[in-house]
Design a protein. Structure first.
Length: 302
């Protein structure tokens, strides 16, 4: 057994505070309930199983990250929750009601900036509010409040192209939250940002999440990002795009960047790497056995 393997198991060791917190979350009402969800696509070469047979529940104010290799159905899952795509079978309930179309109870933020380029950032935020029948004056006040929350009130009259990538995503978050959705759906929202901006945005999102009543489902392929943000991580994958594992994050809150080096953070990262790259794991095992038993053979081979 290698040191790495000992580390990866440690992700199951939760401090008393973390265990209590995770237990308390489970006592909250269920916001989203997904049961035996399947999605198949038909293309020229035949049938594609985009989602196998997926079931899970998300509790109010929970922060869920979804990870898994490319093509494992992450975007399909979030699009079905958003009501942009219809499942082939299975049920999906938000506040006990079936989801069948997009609605203002779900906000979305994508990787590509989806702001209207011809509107100022304030008007971008007002747009959704006016669409959901808020009168203009009130929409104006609310948009300014949201810009304040994301630290952009002094830029309210600028257009999206005048902002940096990070600022644009802050506007996109404000716009998605302004109509007070029950759940915020984020599909690799920070994927196009440089590392430093991305780190800022992660801390920033945690701050917003801590200050309002919102549940978040956040897709990423960055394992550290997922551990830093989530209460639980849903790991999708395997040959038929199933939910492989639900991982409870043993890192305490409030999260701070120096936790990236804590043993529980590293153990969780190792565990997720093993789940996502099973081949890598078996190679590592072979090498360690080889080194332990017949050390010379590896140099002969080499
Ligand atoms: P991920 O976001 O995890 O990379 P997706 O949810 O985008 O994965 O896709 C899951 C699978 O479904 C992939 O094999 C993809 O090619 C397929 N797929 C997604 N959308 C469509 C579509 N509209 N038509 C056909 N196949 C699709
Ligand atoms: Mg995707």
């Amino acid at each position: 057994m290698t040191l790495d393997h000992i580390k990866s198991r440690q992700y199951k060791l939760q401090s008393e505070t973390v265990r209590k917190r995770l237990e308390d979350i489970k006592k909250r009402p269920i916001l989203l309930k997904v049961d035996s969800l399947k999605k198949k696509f038909q293309d020229r070469e035949g049938e594609i199983v985009a989602l196998g047979n997926i079931s899970f529940s998300v509790h109010q104010r929970e922060f869920i990250c979804v990870i898994g290799p490319s093509g494992c159905g992450k975007s399909t899952l979030i699009r079905i929750i958003a009501g942009l795509e219809k499942q082939t079978s299975g049920s999906i309930l938000l506040d006990s009601k079936p989801i069948d179309s997009p609605s203002s109870d779900r906000g979305m933020v994508f990787q590509n900036y989806t702001l209207f380029p011809w509107l100022t950032i304030k008007k971008n935020i007002m747009f959704g509010l006016i669409m959901s029948k808020t009168d203009r004056q009130e929409a104006n006040i609310k948009a300014m409040d949201w810009l304040e929350l994301v630290g952009l009130s002094e830029f309210s009259d600028l257009y999206p192209h005048q902002l940096s990538g990070g600022m644009k995503q802050r506007v996109a978050i404000a716009r998605a939250l302004a109509t007070r959705p029950r759940i915020l759906l984020m599909d690799e929202p920070f994927g196009a940002l440089d590392a430093q901006t991305r780190a800022q945005m992660q801390s920033y999102l945690l701050q917003i999440w801590g200050s309002i009543d919102i549940t978040i489902i956040f897709i990423t392929h960055d394992l550290e990002e997922a551990i830093y943000l989530a209460d639980r991580i849903f790991v999708l994958g395997s040959s038929s795009n199933q939910l492989r594992e639900i991982v409870e994050i043993p890192v305490s809150r409030p999260r701070k960047p120096d936790q990236f080096l804590s043993s529980e953070f590293l153990a969780t990262k190792k565990h997720l790497e093993d789940l996502i790259n099973p081949e890598k794991r078996s190679t590592a095992k072979k090498i360690s056995i080889k080194n332990g038993i017949v050390e010379k053979s590896s140099s002969l081979e080499g």
